[in-house]
Design a protein around this ligand. Sequence first.
Ligand code: MFK
Length: 562
Amino acid sequence: MLSKPAFNQPPPELGNQYEADRVLRSVLRRALPPEVLSEVEPSLSEMGRLAGGELYSMQLADRLNEPVLTQWDAWGERVDRIEVSPLWKVAARIAAEHGVVAAAYERRHGSLSRTHQAALAYLFTPSTDIYSCPLAMTDGAAQTLLRSGNQTLIDRIVPHLTTRDAEKFWTSGQWMTELTGGSDVGLSETIARLDEEGAWRLYGRKWFTSAAASEVALTLARPVGNPAGGQGLALFLVETRDAAGRLRNIQVNRLKDKLGTRKVPTAELTLDGTPAWLVIGTTDGVRNIAPMLNITRLWNGISACALMRRGLALARSYARKRFAFGAHLSEKPLHADTLAGLQAEMEAAFHLAFFVAELVGLDEAGEITDEQQGLLRFLTPLMKLTTARQAVAVTSEVIEAFGGAGYVEDTGLPVLLRDAQVLSIWEGTTNVLSLDAMRTLVRKDGALPALKGEITLCLESVRDARLSDARHACREAIEHAEEWLLTAMKEGQASLEAGARRFALTVGRAVALARLAKHAQWSLDEERDARALASARRFARSGIDLIRPFEIEDARLLMEDK
Ligand code: MFK
């Protein structure tokens, strides 16, 4: 008989992920009136219990399962069935029943319903293997249809997307990416043609369709005769299967073999006469699908926070258990310092993402001012790109904080980094979104004053002397960003584009710091808690102003290989 090993390292543990989350709970205490908080808390506590308990255990057990595409049945019939992982099936039911999309549409708490829903999504996400992807697109599709004014589709589809009844719940895909298109969606080649009965049919190849098992999808196609570019595309809705469950003239060519998000059945599709509903007008597809983009970008930010939070919860638990060099890691100054830096990044990201959720809530409730609207348009891409970069950096450090254990698959840790990496790619890469934000700023001169107004408002509320570094870092970064912008606008398009990423990250980090510092002051005053202050101080010193002088000519030279 083998003898028992002398030592086994106890693994990290998770408790109720709502009860244990100081940052989320503190933000909700500030953002929600007490009666709203007491109404939503049971739902959050239940989601926190699931996320740290059953779902987390299932996630670890489900680790090796991946979606399976069966293209042919035994008798030679083309079937293109996609079987998702067992955890995804459970996640679908829990998401519906707990209203992870629905809470935003039931509007039980007016504009604050979106904050409640974002909190549910944040708790749900890290234990459900990116089931947040179809949910994000479902939320985005509901938003897009409601804004389209197409009453037929609103009545027919939206109730399925926003129900809590798991039997009736549908998810939506978002089929935009094509081989030609990619980030430049206007290059899409899929065409739309009216058939003899006057119904639209789509023909083309969609190259990267996330969550291809959805019941409906929003997609773009060019009605025959329309001009090239994004304006010539139109927005369509596809119901993917007929009453018998057969795909409607859609072939699933293959599932993508991806670095991460491996539970998400991302597919290449051929549309060959797929029936589709025109959602709104026969042109301006890019503009008309924008509500989808903005909602999924919010989800992206919330997911970035959620993955960082999960990594940190595990790393802190581990640090309290792991004994080495004479003490627990949690007692080691360098280890504590490393995790503190990560916590500050996560906390700043959280305040940025939940600020955007707050603005989205105001917009949905019709309570947003023009100034806030301009800010929301500008901040959405900035928030998405800033939090995504943070998530990649933080999850990478989290892996390292476990030493070799972090590099071993069956700890369930490496997947955090792989999944985080998608956040800076899908829904617009860092560079594409930097340019989008820059275009918005140049087109809408109201966004910059609104941004400065928000920062001033935040910093005016910050009185504690221990936050003076944070105030300075924030002000200096915004002043430098504005100064750079004015100079680059004079220099021309090449300068603006080359510096757009540094500008975007600087503004994103400055807004995150302003919101974090404001909250830190509130938390000191109302909760007698100095932990948000500690995060704000730490974040303020970790590089807010990323704008540096650069030579366009150097970049050109460095593109040369030989
Ligand atoms: C857990 C997280 C969940 C995430 C789930 C995601 C799963 C799905 C995965 C995917 O599908 S990834 C693919 C996503 N693809 C993208 O996000 C595309 C990225 N590229 C861009 O965003 C480009 O900036 C864009 C394609 C929009 C540029 O195209 P154009 O044709 O050069 O558009 P332009 O001129 O910037 O905008 C056209 C119009 O739309 C303008 O309005 P006007 O015609 O009135 O001037 C813009 O103002 C408007 N517009 C564009 N983006 C907007 C927007 N309006 C509001 N919000 C926006 N975000």
